[in-house]
Design a binder for this molecule. Structure first.
Ligand code: ADP
Ligand code: ASP
Ligand code: MG
Length: 588
């Protein structure tokens, strides 16, 4: 007998007949001899309707009352779902988040799960009932109802699967799996048979709305086997699993975050404490920042740019303005009309030329790239918002993703997954959804190449990385700053032994473009690895502060959900590792 968690999204329970059809799926599982927990979202667009109702009353509803309101959507759907199961002659019990015992922190409208009690659910399952759990909601220590953030029912489902040690978590939705990009945006997109946790986590966090990214944090941390499949068609879907079991491709998918905004703190004093002052102020209000880029300082001044979700822009601007005044920066600029296009793939680390292909595709469409950041498994480019869809299409084609065949899999006989290597770390966490830091690594094998004064025109990054790729050089980190006065800065790292070739290629490009090139033959790359690094606000600052206290300047930063990297001068490497191990509680 297996234990299966099935989650049905809003469209899958949009009307009574759809609820009955979903109930039939749960009953079929139960009749096959499995224990079944169903997690349900609010019907159709009910949550949007409730949000609009609140807006009709006030511009600034209190977050506590929003949660009280929004949680009703799921309370309706679980009751109806249980009735549908009962009407078909089977035992079912519906439960709210509070009744299950889903304890969260008190961050209303984006609460994080701290613990889930399993006794009640297990007793009901043992009594032969199908348990119907309300998604997206919990209760804090004072008894207030909380919600987990839009799309949070996925997180309820995977978290329940984790604590119940379920054999499988099925996410039923209106697409038949995870696609190479949003099939609604690009009909060319193809379904993937399997995808690794890390790739799904990155794609979801970078804009692929098919899964709530926090649900994949749970899946990875607790080794939950997740299948995304259609509520309406009986086809296999996509299996999300550990990287060593998924197919390794240089690029698995393309994501578009269309509601991004860019902020630049201009002319900040180029000294270790500036980043810390800025990012601690942002972390305080729980704003998750991405694409952090600092220009190499000129005349003792540096620009620090970053992106935030557009919803957080006004709050972030206010805080950045305050920091600018406090540290004596020159000013703050922002751009509300940007979008972030990202390619994600676990195989890109070992393949040359991936960046070149991405930027050439954008250049061929005359799309200007405002900023670039990378991690081991993703490359993100900031573009004008209007260019977003064309950028996705160009990049998707360039990597041949429209041809990608879906590899078959068998979700029922996939065998048990090896439990996540992070489990030891997870056991020490106070709250289930707390940030899990696994390790702190030092890589002293790379060289840094920096272009300054590159013209801000389409095709520059394409030229650079096509040339570098043609030389067979493996580029690791890439960072392009937000341009000022029409000139941008572009830095990248390569293995130290290929430095001469990289430099020769860079000099030729710089000469043709009127730019300058500098290099550092050996740098230290420090990495913090774990799960949920970008989605937990303030992680970057936990790294900036100790390095700033130690008087170490950071040359480059890159963030992803599973890794935070910084480049510092080689001579600081060993000392910084000690400092960071202490700061992140990783001492032996
Ligand atoms: P649910 O209500 O079931 O949770 P969502 O609307 O949250 O459903 O998620 C499903 C939607 O995600 C799809 O309709 C699709 O438009 C969108 N989507 C975005 N990126 C992807 C992707 N890479 N693969 C599949 N669907 C995607
Ligand atoms: N009903 C909530 C929402 O629309 C949660 C969910 O569907 O996952 O965001
Ligand atoms: Mg969803």
């Amino acid at each position: 007998m297996a234990l299966v968690v099935q989650k049905f999204g809003g469209t899958s329970v949009a009307d009574p007949s759809k609820i009955q059809a979903a109930a039939a799926k749960a009953i079929a599982r139960h009749q096959a001899g499995d224990q079944v927990v169903v997690v349900v979202s609010a019907m159709g667009h009910q949550t949007d309707i409730l949000v609009d109702l609140a807006k009709a009353i006030t511009d600034r509803p209190s977050a506590r009352e929003m949660d009280m309101l929004l949680s009703t959507g799921e309370q309706v759907s679980v009751a109806l779902f249980a009735m549908a199961v009962q009407a078909a002659g089977h035992k079912a019990v519906s439960l709210t988040g509070a009744q299950i015992g889903i304890r969260t922190d008190s961050t209303h409208t984006k609460a994080r799960i701290r613990s889930i009690s399993t006794d009640h659910v297990k007793a009901l399952l043992d009594s032969g009932a199908i348990v119907i759990a309300a998604g997206f909601q919990g209760i804090d220590q004072h008894g207030n109802i909380t919600t987990l953030g839009r799309g949070g029912s996925d997180t309820t489902a995977v978290a329940l699967a984790a604590v119940l040690d379920a054999d499988l978590c099925e996410i039923y939705t209106d697409v038949d799996g995870v696609y190479t990009t949003d099939p609604r945006v690009l009909p060319d997109a193809r379904r993937l048979g399997t995808i690794s946790y890390d790739e799904m986590l990155e794609l979801a966090s970078l804009g692929a709305g098919v899964m709530h990214s926090r649900s994949i944090e749970f899946a990875k941390k607790f080794g939950v086997k997740v299948v995304v499949r259609s509520s309406f068609k009986d086809v296999p879907g996509t299996l999300i699993l550990a990287a060593d079991q998924a197919v390794k491709r240089p690029v698995s998918g393309v994501a578009l975050a269309k509601d991004e905004a860019r902020i630049t703190l201009e002319g900040a004093p180029d000294q270790p404490g500036s980043s810390h002052a800025l990012f601690s102020a942002l972390a305080e209000s729980g704003i998750a920042v991405d694409m952090i880029v600092q220009n190499v300082g000129r005349a003792g001044r540096a620009d620090i740019s970053f992106t935030v979700p557009e919803d957080d822009l006004s709050d972030a601007l206010e805080r950045t303005g305050r920091v600018a005044r406090a540290i004596g920066a020159e000013g703050v600029s922002h751009d509300r009309m940007v979008a972030k296009v990202s390619v994600v793939g676990v195989g890109m680390e070992a393949e040359e030329g991936v960046a070149g292909r991405m930027f050439s595709a954008l250049s061929a469409e005359k799309i200007n790239v405002h900023m670039i950041t990378t991690s081991e498994i993703k490359i993100s480019a900031l573009v004008g918002r209007g260019d977003g869809p064309a950028a996705v299409q160009a990049v998707h084609r360039a990597f041949g993703l429209h041809d990608a065949g879906s590899e078959p899999f068998d979700a029922t006989t996939g065998g048990s997954l090896p439990k996540s290597t992070a489990l030891d770390v997870v056991r020490r966490l106070e709250g289930m959804e707390d940030l899990a830091i696994e390790d702190c690594l030092l890589d002293s094998s790379q060289a840094l190449v920096v272009f300054t004064d590159l013209p801000d025109t389409p095709g520059v990054a394409a030229d650079v990385f096509q040339d570098v790729g043609n030389q067979g050089l493996l580029v690791d980190m890439i960072v392009q700053s937000h341009p000022r006065q029409g000139r941008a800065e572009l830095s990248f790292t390569v293995p130290a032994e290929s430095r001469d070739r990289a430099l020769a290629a860079a000099r030729a490009i710089a000469a043709a473009r009127g730019a300058t090139v500098a290099d550092v033959p050996h740098v230290a790359k420090l990495s913090i690895t774990g799960v949920g690094i970008r989605s937990h606000a303030g992680v970057a600052d936990r790294l900036f502060k100790p390095l700033s206290d130690a008087g170490v300047n950071i040359d480059l930063v890159s963030t992803s959900e599973v890794r935070l990297n910084v480049i510092v001068a080689a001579e600081h490497g060993a000392r910084c590792i000690e400092v960071l191990r202490r700061a992140f509680g990783l001492e032996a």
